[in-house]
Design a protein around this ligand. Sequence first.
Ligand SMILES: *Cc1c(COP(=O)(O)O)cnc(C)c1O
Length: 383
Amino acid sequence: MTVPILDLRRSFKDIKPEVFDALERIFENQSFILGSDVSNFERHCEKYLELPEGSAVGCASGTDALLLALMTADVKEGDEVITTPFTFFATSGTVARLGAKPVFVDVDPKTYNINLEQAVSKINKNTKIFLPVHLFGQMCALEEVKEIFNDKGVKIIEDAAQAFGSSRIVDKEIERAGTVGDIGCYSFFPTKNLGGCGDGGMVVTKDLKTAERLKKLRVHGSGTTYYHEEVGINSRLDAIQAAILDIKLKYLEQWNEERIKIADYYKLLFKASGLRDFITPPEVLDGNRHIYHQYVVRVHSDSNPNLRDELMNYLNENGCAVRVYYPLSLHLQPCFKYLGYKEGDFLVSEKLTREVLALPIFPGLQQKEQEEIIETMIKFFKR
Ligand SMILES: *Cc1c(COP(=O)(O)O)cnc(C)c1O
């Protein structure tokens, strides 16, 4: 048996007729950029996220969503952005792109999310933005620090690229990833929980003035065509992407529920396997609805720093596809050398890069495939 890390064909088969109808309609119309498909999808996202009408702005990618969010917060050279080193590159790549300075703090070993206490300790007069990531589909407890940042005039931009549909109960209210801070950013890259058939992204904000500005920034800063109030970028959501995402949005709850069931079954299998001395399954913070964009375990490295890689190679060679997100902490990336960080600065993040291992999790994954992965792991540790 071979178990893939991701097989999008399995969920596509449920929606194929709807998708092909939408494609036919769009090709008949020959209208491909923005338009009613995009605005319909934006309205549906607002409903799903319980945001006011006009607060969702589709754009060309999750990276651009971050870039547009930072631009609309007037982030510029010399500004500091407090963020996590344990994430996909775009989170701080966009900060650096605007000439601002990513200020890293370490992460929490249980949730892999930014250490909020340390984040607060980095606030100074140059701090413009706090940029947390809801990593792998689990939210940060932003309510613990929101007021502190607000009081200091620091805006919160959430990188919710991996967390569309993730939520958290705070004081008996549901808070949704991307809607807690001032601006939220999502990615619709094909592998994300809500993924299109190419690049796509979205920025949301309850401040409708900011949303209006975002709508201009995504079309070169123009409100009226060929009249430019400021210098923006070209970052629009295609009609085709929006139409497909709009269909998928209807299935998202069902698919996220399926991911949660798969995660629960992994947990059960780990408990029964006797592997807990070697492996820690992901932990869920009280109140969180983790939607498992990725199911990431830790392979304990204290007695053998290469154990994770050895296990990964063994699994991959034996038909079980697994991956590492992420193998190098951002503070150690060659392109960020100028920031002056060194090995040892963020011990948790660095340890995670040696220990994390992502197992397959996607709608349509079969229990027998999960069992195969755990059995292959048991074989590895018995050798
Ligand atoms: C995917 C991702 C992005 C970037 O999204 P793209 O649509 O690929 O540009 C940003 N941040 C995080 C945490 C991501 O996982």
